[in-house]
Write a protein that binds this ligand. Structure first.
Ligand code: SAH
Length: 379
């Protein structure tokens, strides 16, 4: 028996492992991995389960859901909100999630500019009049690079127990492979897309002729959209109502970047200071055996080897931290050479700008300064 298909003969229930809906979502996740879309819209998103899964795909910056039924969308939409951890450690990418209430039979400019549009088990819920308008809205108006449409394959129904006419009472039709493929090929031809057919939910061994339980068409736009064709979309009045919007904290937002950089600079400077103080203490002990006399000497310190290991490169003369009296000076160039600080800021100038007024600097602004008086007391 196929590994994803189990027929429990005594109960007459046919199940897939993993469940069929999970196989459909996994198919979309794999497609996201392949095409790396930044903007993804899920039409007929229902309880937003697919959107929730997609918010973890790091390439995606904009996620939108559309459903004609507001109540089903609202059921679990709170799961799309940022969590406390998202604020504590903002991601590098930006992410906005929006949910719209409306029908795929209507155009709304909020659906323009998407790279991938998914329609999972949607079309069989459309009335004839809606299905007629659907290609023009999705392929003509939204015109994303990739569209995925999944729908039941009626040829499989004889293998599903309990299915009389359709698999779900709200289905308006269910197509066999020839019906779906002829509709999809005609749609693709009309709007300059290519289409390939596949599916999920393998039939049991010996029944391969019925095809997949869920049939899937992956449509790829043949020609890139020009700015002219994008602009030519007639301006439409808002047909959808936005029912949810979440903007995730991101390091692309200066407010969060500043916090992250200040935190990282203080953390890095503390590590360097600690290392410097340990080295000074060691040197001092070597010269002075009497613990009661331990005191930091004002000295330029040569601990470039320790530091070199920390930053992973040769330490220039002007990068060396030093102690003067009770004050430790840690040059910004040193802190900037730490990979995380470097990646967050990009340039030394940006680093200066981001920590301005938030971190104590030397009078010429070239070094982070710490007073070691407390340090002495603790030791
Ligand atoms: N894509 C989801 C749900 C499929 S059920 C999943 O894979 O789990 C189909 C969904 O399409 C329902 O939530 C239904 O409310 C919605 N729907 C039906 N007609 C629609 C229309 N004209 N426009 C938008 N959504 C529609």
């Amino acid at each position: 028996m196929d590994k994803n298909f189990q027929e429990e003969q005594f109960t007459g229930i046919t199940t897939f492992t993993p469940p069929l809906y999970k196989q459909r979502y996994q198919f979309i996740k794999d497609l996201v991995g392949k095409y790396k879309p930044k903007k993804v819209a899920d039409l007929g998103c229902a309880d937003c389960s697919l959107l929730w899964m997609l918010k973890f795909c790091s390439c995606i910056e904009v996620l939108a859901g559309l459903d004609v039924c507001a109540s089903v969308m609202k059921e679990k939409m709170h799961r799309l909100s940022p969590l406390p951890g998202d604020y504590l450690q903002p991601a590098e990418r930006s992410l906005t999630v929006t949910l719209h209430h409306g029908s795929v039979a209507h155009k709304d400019s909020c659906m323009l500019g998407f790279d991938l549009v998914t329609c999972i088990e949607l079309i069989e819920h459309l009335e004839q009049s809606e299905l007629k308008k659907f290609p023009e809205v999705v392929f003509g108006f939204m015109a994303p690079s990739v569209v995925v449409i999944s729908t039941p394959n009626s040829e499989f129904n004889s293998l599903l127990s309990g299915v009389m006419l359709f698999r779900h009472p709200d289905h308006k039709f269910e197509w066999n492979r020839a019906q779906f493929q002829s509709w999809a090929l005609e749609t693709a031809r009309c709007y300059d897309y290519s289409v390939e057919f596949t599916g999920v939910g393998h039939p049991p061994r010996g029944m391969e002729n019925v095809g997949f339980c869920t049939q899937i068409g992956v449509f790829v736009r043949k020609y890139p959209q020009t700015s002219e064709s994008a602009q030519s979309k007639e301006p439409t009045e808002a047909a959808y109502k936005t029912v949810f919007k979440a903007v995730y904290p991101s390091l692309k937002d200066e407010k969060y970047l500043r916090n992250a950089v200040v935190g990282e600079v203080i953390f890095t400077a503390q590590i360097i200071k600690r290392s410097l103080m340990d080295r000074l203490m060691l040197e001092h002990e070597e010269y002075n055996d009497n613990p009661a006399e331990r005191k930091f000497q004002p000295s330029i310190n040569y601990f470039s080897e320790d530091l070199g290991r920390l930053v992973g490169k040769h330490v220039e003369e002007n990068m060396k931290p030093f102690v003067n009296g009770n004050v430790v000076y840690i040059p910004l160039t040193t802190i900037f050479s730490f990979p995380k600080v470097n990646r967050l800021c990009g340039t030394l100038e940006k680093l200066r700008e981001l920590i301005a007024g938030k971190v104590t600097l030397s009078s010429d602004g070239s070094a982070v300064v710490f007073n070691t008086e407390h340090e002495n007391e603790e030791n």
